[in-house]
Design a protein around this ligand. Structure first.
Ligand code: SF4
Length: 664
């Protein structure tokens, strides 16, 4: 190691020790190893993927080297998270404590800021000059607002938000108490593309989004989310302040979040908005042409069959092409540079909506040009049910892979540290590295392990004697008997992770009839309220699906048993994952292992990760899917889980759970 890198690494080790001492913690080997590796990555420019199990203290292990690097480089380090919970933890707890702890050891007090997307802040130009607050936000002038809609909830929200605009310091939606629905918020905010630009905007100097960005430019650590990181990487305009180092926490979510940002959509609602915004700004003939094109595409997708589309039928192709052309013509007919800022706001909104329609229609049509194995984008149709029983049809287009995008737009510009408690799949970083596009760069993978002694603290029980799960998604009679026996032995204390809501509800219904201990099921209250009740009463069990697999953090005796009803393979009708699987197979790979099995492995690892949250936690992860023991891919899935002591013996597991219950 070069002497400078060695010095930087030693310096970070000392700073970490000072920080840990200041917050009253103890030195943890994995934390020190990770902090040193992060410092080396920043110093050498080599990307780093680091897996750090629960309890490692990984946020300090990257924040300390991030602060040290930012202070010496004079440029912020960007830290990106997938969830608001982690964002809050960093900004409200970890960074203030670290700033206090490190001030004496650094030339100055470290500074940090939270930066969100433009749509999270009030837009003063929209409030004062836009189409704010109309019942249909796109076709009624603001003057009509208060009389006509004051009585409606939307009107009341907008009046409140307009008043709040003169009281708030930040204009940040998260500081509004109580909050407002998305529809109301949209009346007072703009997306980055809808902003008319700070230099043209009469409110540019007071703009909340600009102030937040300005503040972020002068700090050492900018905390943001994966979506904004992706938008910054994808857009030519800088969204985040100039930076050359990034930490991606909850990195197992990165590819999915970037895919969401890169997904285009056409629906009757979005097309209607574009048409209404444009209709009052273009001549009657253009408006009618656009209206007809919108109506044709809306009705074609309403009547279409949901699912992946591999071949674009001639009728839809014609309608999409006509839509693209009509949107382009209308867009070109709108003058976006009027002197009046009120007119500029309405025109920028119309042009943005038309550009999105045109770009997406064109992207969908073009995506079918290459042969299937060489396609870059996947197209599918969703029919989503609304609360009123109505169905909304949405045509979506998403990239098959975001690896190329991340490689060229993120990794080539910034040294990136990617971290999570679960990054290895089947025992290696390869799957993740390929999905991120890291595989073709210079990078290092590091697993700093976990402070838990998994083999002593936890049991992996695979119910190998059960019949393989059926196709209908709900549990067999034998599986329900097994669930009953295990929860009885544990005395409640069970988190049931099911592969579908239907299976979770069916099992909860049966268990409520059979057990003396309470069973809660996701959907009966907010998930956070249910998790709180589950944590407060050890006898209570909680059943649910996807968000529980990833988001439950309940240390102590309330959680002694994690039940997994079946291996969480993707749904066979998942358009994106099935297309990815097909593409891998077409290029000579094993599509099932590369996509379906690795998706399941990652979720299993996250589900199993709910069990041990503190070093004194004990318990059982029970997988009630015998394929885990019998199928060829079973070994790969087991290798993705923490190294628990493993058994297939139901009698021993029940005895262990009874002992745990007696000792609790
Ligand atoms: S600069 Fe953009 S976001 Fe800010 S007030 Fe003006 S239009 Fe709104």
């Amino acid at each position: 190691m070069a002497a400078d890198t060695e010095n930087a690494t030693e310096r970070v080790t000392d700073l970490l020790a000072a920080a840990v001492a200041a917050v009253g913690g103890a030195e943890r080997t994995g934390q020190v190893e990770m902090a040193r590796a992060v410092a080396r990555a920043f110093d050498t420019g080599q990307h780093l993927a680091v897996q750090a199990g629960t309890g490692t203290g990984k946020s300090l292990a990257y924040l300390v080297p991030a602060i040290a690097h930012a202070v010496s480089a004079g440029q912020p380090v960007v830290v990106s998270t997938a969830t608001i919970a982690l964002q809050r933890q960093l900004v409200d707890r970890d960074l203030p404590r670290l700033a206090d702890a490190l001030t004496g050891a650094l030339p100055r007090r470290p500074q940090f800021a939270l930066l969100k997307g433009r749509g999270n802040y009030l837009c003063l130009n929209k409030i004062h000059n836009g189409t704010t607050g109309t019942t249909d936000p796109d076709d009624r002038p603001q003057e009509e607002l208060f009389d006509a809609v004051a009585a409606t909830a939307l009107g009341r929200d907008v009046q409140r938000l307009t008043k709040w605009a003169s009281d708030t310091e930040t204009g940040d939606r998260d500081e509004l108490r109580p909050g407002v629905p998305d529809r109301s918020w949209r009346q007072v905010s703009v997306s980055a593309r809808e902003c008319i630009g700070v230099t043209r905007c009469p409110y540019g100097t007071d703009c909340f989004a600009e102030k937040a960005r300005g503040k972020a430019a002068d700090v050492d650590v900018v905390v943001t989310n994966h979506a904004l990181l992706a938008i910054d990487a994808m857009s030519d305009a800088a969204v985040l302040p100039e930076h050359s180092a990034v930490v991606v926490d909850e990195a197992h979510e990165l590819a999915d979040r970037v895919t969401s940002v890169a997904t285009g959509e056409l629906s009757a609602t979005s097309l209607g908005v574009a048409h209404r915004r444009a209709a009052r700004l273009v001549d009657a003939e253009l408006a009618e042409r656009l209206e007809a094109a919108v109506a044709n595409v809306s009705s074609a997708i309403h009547d279409g069959t949901p699912g992946r589309i591999d071949r674009l039928d001639d009728e839809l192709a014609t309608y999409l092409t006509a839509l693209r052309d009509a949107a382009d013509r209308a867009r070109l007919a709108i003058d976006t540079a009027p002197t009046d800022p009120k007119a500029a706001a309405a025109r920028t909104e119309a042009v943005t909506a038309l550009t999105e329609v045109s770009d997406t229609a064109s992207r969908i049509v073009d995506s079918f040009v290459p042969a299937i194995p060489d396609r870059y984008d996947v197209v599918w149709l969703d029919h989503e049910g609304g609360n009123s029983g109505s169905v909304s049809a949405i045509l979506r287009v998403a990239p098959l892979s975001v690896a190329g995008l991340l490689r060229t737009r993120l990794f080539e510009h910034a040294t990136t540290v990617l971290t999570s408690a679960t990054l290895t799949v089947g025992g290696t970083f390869d799957t993740m590295a390929r999905a991120w596009g890291l595989a073709e760069t210079t990078w290092q993978g590091l697993d700093v392990g976990s402070p838990f002694e998994h083999a002593k603290s936890g049991i992996l029980y695979v119910a190998a004697h059960l019949p393989p799960p059926g196709r209908d998604g709900t549990g067999s009679a034998e599986q329900l008997n097994e669930i009953e026996a295990l929860i009885t032995a544990a005395g409640g204390r069970t988190l049931g992770l099911f592969s579908s809501m239907r299976a979770a509800k069916a099992a909860a219904e049966v268990m409520r009839e059979r057990l003396d201990t309470p069973v809660l099921c996701q959907g009966e209250d907010t998930t956070s309220a249910l998790v709180e009740r589950f944590a407060d009463d050890p006898q209570t069990s909680l059943f649910g699906t996807l968000s529980l697999w990833q988001g439950v953090d309940v240390p102590g005796p309330s959680l002694s048993l994690v039940l997994i009803d079946r291996i969480p393979f993707p749904r066979p009708d998942d358009p994106l994952l099935t297309a990815r699987q097909r593409a891998v197979t077409a290029h000579g790979g094993n599509g099932f292992m590369a996509v379906a099995a690795s998706h399941a492995a990652l979720l299993l690892a996250q589900g199993a990760g709910r069990l041990l949250r503190r070093t004194d936690d004990r318990g059982v992860v029970a997988v009630l899917d015998s394929r885990m023991a019998t199928a060829r891919y079973g070994g790969y899935l087991r290798a993705s889980l923490p190294p628990f002591w493993a058994t297939t013996d139901p009698v021993r597991v029940r005895a262990s759970l009874e002992r745990l219950r007696a000792g609790a």
